[in-house]
Design a protein around this ligand. Sequence first.
Ligand code: HPA
Length: 269
Amino acid sequence: MNPEYKQRLHTAAASIKEKSNVSPEIGMITGSGLGGLLNSIKGSDIHYTDIPGFPNTTVEGHPGTLKVNDAVAVCGGRFHYYEGHPIEDVVFPVFLLHALGVKTLILTNASGGINASFSSGDIAVITDHLNIMGVNPLREVYDPAYGPRFPDISTVYAKTLISLCHDIDPQLKEGVYAAMQGPSYETPAEITMLQTLGADMVGMSTVPEAITAGFLGMQVAGLSCITNLAAGRSAGTLSHEEVLATAKATEKRLITLILKLIERLSAQP
Ligand code: HPA
């Protein structure tokens, strides 16, 4: 890891600890249109712009605020590779949450449904992923002080967390999330390819964060809102507006699930 990145990380973590002296064990990074979640959680709001060393978000639907309390630290707004952020900035929040003491990371995102049994508006828990982004964050941020050179991330989407999510919301779907670089949506042929490879849904985030979480020894609960049917699977045109509108319509159910998940995880010894 480059020393300047390490310094930024120390500075950012120290500034958060100074503003709010808590060490939550649950962390979360929220995706498109899920900013409303922040209002449902009590705690201190710290704008990303007030955290020295922190990158800044640009895409609509990503407010860019960290919310912290004793139980949870929520990064409301993520850094996407398609925005042009270097991959080490994409995973900066994961390192930061780790520095605050986070052990379980909840990652939410919006995705296009590939599995024929998925409908727009469904929520799916991620059981595994396909990294088709053409980039691995650990190429840049590996450091022996943080984790192994060749980390085993085969159980990063922990079975216990998957079962817990199903327990809380029995209607929940589950499946493999494929991450593409974006920002263009996929072609129908690419969706057929992803389906052949075993993907149930496709998006443009989450995987770099999950890989980093695995490297750092954290466990991930990945929750994906199926905001649209993937390219070629419906007659309509794909748009960010549709993604945000479906995410908004699904928000209440997702927030209920996440709040219960936090409650159950916090109650565990
Ligand atoms: N493809 C990629 N990313 C997405 C999609 C999609 O169909 N929907 C929401 N994010």
